[in-house]
Design a protein around this ligand. Structure first.
Ligand SMILES: NC(=O)c1ccc[n+]([C@@H]2O[C@H](COP(=O)([O-])OP(=O)(O)OC[C@H]3O[C@@H](n4cnc5c(N)ncnc54)[C@H](O)[C@@H]3O)[C@@H](O)[C@H]2O)c1
Length: 327
């Protein structure tokens, strides 16, 4: 599908993944509207394209703001979501479900009345159950309970997927569902204890915490992808005209302990590492079966190596907190 000249709306377009997606879409010649309330996203994330996009600021939990955001949209990339790290998510299931449901219902009410030419919704690997295979392919959305540590958020994403499928079917609107795994990047906005794992660990190491405390056993393994690569994959699957559900991530995993050691090495820091098994760690291994994604998006092979991304996160720490990284 040609993106050149298309009226494209990116909800959550000022956020971590959304802002890189906006960069990709502008580069392809799309006319981009960013709909965001800047609760977590930042204008600064859009600095490189600010004179080539339109911003519609508003809280998409309000129906009127959603209707205004989607006005004239030919393609909708829906990324806006209240999404936090495991520390917040594991304690606030109902609030996360309720926030995200309001956004979902407003989006789909608006699109049921006036469908777009294509809808992409951003779900999450948190829809998958904890007892699934370590390397997860695109399982059906209702299959056991979603990830326990992200139970409310996981249900919100399952409902987003299912409701979007119903509206797509009723309106004959092509629908793409993407399920990113763990995404990180230097456009991350620090939100204290609610922050996600990589920014949290980078901050601990760079702040000189001694010991650095890791939640759970520290042996839990995750796949990490830089947000720029995730955004490139999202743009590419829509550009390829892909309709259906696809994971975004790769099979590679690293343990939390391995991650800290890598951050220390890259930053030239030393730290004792202590695990706290009383804290949630989520599932043991969460790796992405990217077989389908590779077929739709061969560019996946050129993803940023984790070490390079972590070096960028060390620079992020300096910019975010005004410190100087050593090493
Ligand atoms: N980062 C990850 O590891 C990850 C993994 C899987 C799925 N996802 C999904 O990808 C999408 C983007 O995530 P992200 O990591 O870029 O998060 P993010 O928080 O950086 O981006 C979300 C954006 O949505 C905006 N937003 C939130 N609530 C809003 C509201 N009510 N009205 C208007 N704007 C609102 C925020 O200001 C922010 O700019 C989300 O749907 C998230 O659930 C992220």
């Amino acid at each position: 599908m040609r993106l050149m000249g298309k009226n494209v709306v990116v909800t959550g377009g000022a956020g971590l993944i959304g802002s890189y997606l906006v960069d990709c879409l502008v580069e392809r010649g799309a006319r981009v509207v960013v709909a965001d309330d800047f609760s977590k996203g930042r204008r600064n994330n859009l600095a490189g394209v600010i004179d080539r996009i339109t911003i519609r600021e508003g809280d998409l939990e309000q129906a009127a703001a959603m209707a205004r955001a989607l006005d004239g949209a030919e393609i909708v990339f829906h990324l806006a979501s209240r999404a936090y790290g495991i520390g917040y998510s594991s304690q606030n299931h109902l609030a996360l479900l309720a926030h995200n449901e309001r956004i979902t219902n407003n989006l789909l009410d608006a699109l049921a009345a006036r469908p777009a030419g294509h809808l992409l919704v951003c779900s999450s690997s948190c829809v998958y159950p904890d007892d699934g295979p370590d390397t997860v392919a695109e399982l059906p959305v209702f299959c056991g309970e979603p990830e326990q540590a992200n139970w409310g958020y996981g249900w919100a994403k399952r409902l987003l997927e299912q409701k979007a499928a119903l509206v797509a079917q009723a309106t004959a609107m092509p629908l793409t569902i993407v399920r990113p795994f763990n995404i990180y990047g230097e456009r991350y906005r620090w939100i204290d204890a609610a922050s996600q794992a990589i920014p949290m660990l980078v901050k601990k190491v760079m702040d000189g915490d001694d010991p650095v405390v890791v939640w759970g056993s520290g042996t839990q393994r995750r796949n990490y992808m830089h947000a720029a690569d995730c955004a490139a994959a999202i743009a590419a699957v829509v550009e390829a005209g892909f309709v259906g559900t696809v994971n975004i991530g790769t099979e590679d995993t690293v343990s939390m302990l391995g991650l800290i050691e890598m951050i220390c090495r890259l930053a030239g820091r030393r730290a004792r590492i202590v695990t706290d098994p009383s804290r949630p760690e989520g599932r043991r291994i969460k790796s992405c079966d990217a077989t389908l994604l590779r077929k739709v998006y061969p560019g996946l092979e050129a993803c940023m190596p984790l070490e390079q991304g972590l070096s960028r996160m060390i620079d992020w720490h300096a910019a975010e907190f005004g410190t100087v990284a050593s090493g």
